[in-house]
Structure formats: C-alpha cells, structure tokens
Design a protein around this ligand. Structure first.
Ligand SMILES: *Cc1c(COP(=O)(O)O)cnc(C)c1O
Length: 428
C-alpha cells in the first residue's frame, strides 16, 4: 500500500476486448489477462449475453439436493474436453479451494481404501498452488510462504524440472528427464506414506514463468501409477489453451487422478473452480450415509449458476472461434516479435510455451546471476508500460506476456516494442 504514495492506484472505468480504460482518458492493453484469468477480452458481448440471460432466470440455488442446467452442462462439457478417465466433477469457488479439495479428496480416498498411513504430499521446488493453508503448504515460493511456515503442514519438496538451469547446449527434454531422477528417488523411498504429487503442468507460472518439457509429466504419471500415488495436475493457470493445447497434460499424453481448473474457466468473469477426478475415486466415497465415507466439503457458492453460465459461454467460444487453432498463429507472432531479446545482454533467455512467453532479466547473461530483488527492476518495466498503453506486470525480474486470445498481431508487436524499451530502461 505504501508504494501507492508514489504510484497511485489506477481505477478502471471500463474494459473492451484487450483494452482497459481509466478515468483520465488513458488506455492499457491487458497483456497479462488481469492475472491470467481473461481469455476472450473484457466485456465480451457473447459472454455478457449469457450472463444477463442467466441472471434473468436463476442467480443462485443451494447445490445440495438441488441442481441446475448450467452446472450440469458445464460438468458434461468439462468431462468431454479434459483428458480421458476424468469423469466426475466437484465445483469450488477459487483456484485455492480446488487445491484444498484435491488434497483432501486424495487423502480421504486412501483412508477409505484402507491406506490411512498415506498422509503426505510431494511438491516441486518453486511451485505455486494458492494462498489458503493447504494450498500454501504445497507451494514453494518463499515470498508467499515463508512468513506462515510455522503454521503449515510439512511437504516433501523435490527439485523442479525447470529448464532455466539446464547446462549450456542441453535440451529441455534432456534436462527435465534428468531432474525426474530426484522425483523417482523420493517416491521410491516414501510412496507408502504419500497420498499425491501435486504439479503445475509445463509452466510454473507464479514461480517466475519457469517452463519444462512434457516428458517429465509422462514419466511422473508412469511412476505414480506404479507406486500407487495420486497425480494432482494444477492447471488453474495453464488450462484452457494457455500452453498451446487445451490442457497442458495433453502434451504429455497423460491423465492425472485429479485435475484442478479455475482462472480461465469463466473467461475471467466470475470466481469458479472445478476438480475433475475418476469414477474409481468417486466410488470410494459412494456408500450408505451411516458408513460416514462421504466427502463433506462445500462452499456457499458452489456451482453458482451465473459462473457456470459464463463458463459454458466461454467453452462455446473455443469452438465457434476455433481458438486453439488460431492461437498457433498468435503464438508464432509472439515468438517472432520477442526473439530479438534473446540477444539482449541483460536477458538470460526468452522462453515460451504456447500463449505464455517470458523474458528473464539478469545481471550476467553467462552465469545467469539475478538482479537483487530489492532493486525492483520489474517495476521499472511496469511503469514504462503504463506510459505506453501497456499493462505489463513483471514477476520480479521476469517480463512476460499472457494475453487474451482476442489480441491482434499489431498489438503483440506494440507490446514487444514497449517491453523491449522497458527492459532497456530497467537494466541500464
Ligand atoms: C492462481 C493460481 C492458484 C490459485 O487460484 P486462486 O483462484 O487465486 O485461489 C493455484 N494454482 C495456480 C497454478 C495458480 O496460478
């Protein structure tokens, strides 16, 4: 809050497509999709229509003993578009709640299956899974976690497949394969007490947009199956086309035991999340009331009809706009307009997976020595962006693009120009 003595908050009056308009006649391209939630632009006419239509019909209803059309449709749609074997849907109201649900359900599944010795979770270094206690506990970004560490459940943290630290000349695939050996050791030693491994497929987004090769997920799926450990895929940020495919898991050809989605699920309109799981997991809870095997977890706004209606409209847009296909062209434009930064003396690398691209500023290109965080280099890029119609909001020293899918090639090129000038200023 104290920062805002120098950089006043920017109240936004309205949005349209990629643009945000403030009250002083300025506008900004939302290059980060308002924290990765927006997919088809602000005030999208199709989604607006679905929302107002639903508001006129039913705004909310208790989701216990009662149901409604938007939720049923959405559950069916999600089952149809997610990897094979995910047949049951549990709604939550945020990404963090989806993670809590998956963690609880995994533990509870093993308990109901006579394996109550399974009480631990494995995560990756530098991962992020949300802000509530369980989600924070399975995350590993010190900035968010460290303060609360004494309050959090312990977690087994394994080295990340993150390819930023690969040897010079080494491929992403070879590095991620090699890093998998840490996971193998951990799981082989401790699988009897482990409920699940939780990962962000392909991109550790809040962990500075670090990326890895799909082979890691393929191998992780094999090992989890072999050792009877669940795989929880947190696609809250990377789901719905961000990695170039509808879900990141597709690129590894795997189905997780639990798939968590949120953020883009409603096109960035309303809070809603979902956890998808298998019928086998569902059946472990399905029993007479008196056995007390049920999964007792609910939120007041579970399955909210307005949120489900905009989610349905969002998923329809993927089909009518042929989004995944068209995004290939946009991803190519992103790649071409940012590639020159690879030669910048203070940029370690430009990395990209589908519609997510990041340029990492460093003191030394060779050693990859980071700028001290206290220098807040990213803030300089942010401020330069604001003066030039761009909302770029770097993560530390990492300048990145996660644009709405309605962005045009010209707008991407403008973002590249302003990001480059911002990096130039910030690294002077
Ligand atoms: C944003 C995010 C979450 C948390 O979602 P919220 O809706 O903010 O609670 C969890 N996991 C990942 C990978 C995220 O990016």
């Amino acid at each position: 809050m104290k920062d805002h003595e120098h950089y006043p908050l920017i109240p936004i009056e309205r949005g349209e497509g990629v643009w945000l308009y403030d009250f002083d006649g300025n506008r900004y391209i939302d290059a980060i999709s308002s924290w990765w939630v927006n997919l088809f632009g602000h005030a999208n006419p199709t989604i607006n229509a679905a929302l107002s239509e639903q508001a006129g019909r039913l705004e909310h209803v208790i989701f216990a003993g009662f149901s409604h059309e938007p939720a049923i449709q959405l559950a069916e749609r999600l089952v149809a578009i997610t990897p094979e074997g995910l047949e049951r849907v549990f709604f939550g109201d945020s990404g963090s709640s989806a993670i809590e649900i998956a963690l609880k359900m995994s533990f509870h599944y093993w308990k109901n299956s006579g394996k109550s010795g399974k009480t631990e979770f494995v995560n990756l270094a530098n991962s992020y899974h949300g802000e509530t206690f369980g989600a924070l506990a399975v995350g590993d970004v010190p900035l968010f976690k460290q303060t609360y560490e004494p309050l959090l459940m312990k977690c087994r943290t394994v080295a990340s497949p993150d390819c930023f630290f690969r040897e010079e000349g080494e491929s992403w695939e070879s590095h991620s394969r090699q890093q998998f050996e840490h996971m193998r050791t951990e799981l082989e030693q401790h699988h009897e007490t482990i409920c699940a491994v939780v990962v962000e497929p392909l991109i550790q987004c809040a962990g500075n947009m670090r990326m890895y090769h799909p082979v890691y997920l393929t191998k992780l799926r094999e090992l989890c199956t072999q050792l009877e450990v669940h795989l929880i895929a947190d696609e809250i940020a990377v789901g719905f086309g961000r990695t170039g495919t509808m879900f990141g898991c597709e690129q590894a050809g795997v189905s997780p035991d639990f798939l968590c989605v949120a953020k883009g699920l409603t096109g960035g309109y309303l809070p809603l999340s979902a956890v998808l799981t298998s019928d086998q997991v569902y059946q472990a809870f399905y029993d007479d009331y008196s056995t007390l095997r049920a999964f007792l977890h609910s939120h007041s706004f579970t399955g909210n009809p307005l949120a489900c209606a905009v989610a349905n409209a969002t998923l329809e847009l993927f089909e009518s706009e042929n989004t995944i296909e068209n995004n290939r062209m946009l991803a190519q434009v992103m790649s071409e307009s940012f590639s020159h930064l690879n030669d910048h003396r203070q940029v370690a690398e430009v990395r990209q997976t589908g519609m997510m691209l990041a340029a990492e500023m460093v003191v030394d290109k060779k050693t990859r020595q980071p700028y001290p965080w206290q220098e807040r280099r990213g803030l300089k890029v942010y401020l330069h962006g604001l003066k030039n119609e761009c909302l770029l909001r770097p993560l530390g020293n990492v300048v990145y693009l996660v644009p709405p899918y309605v962005i045009t090639p010209d707008q991407i090129e403008h973002l590249a120009k302003i990001a480059t000038a911002g990096i130039e200023l910030a690294t002077k």
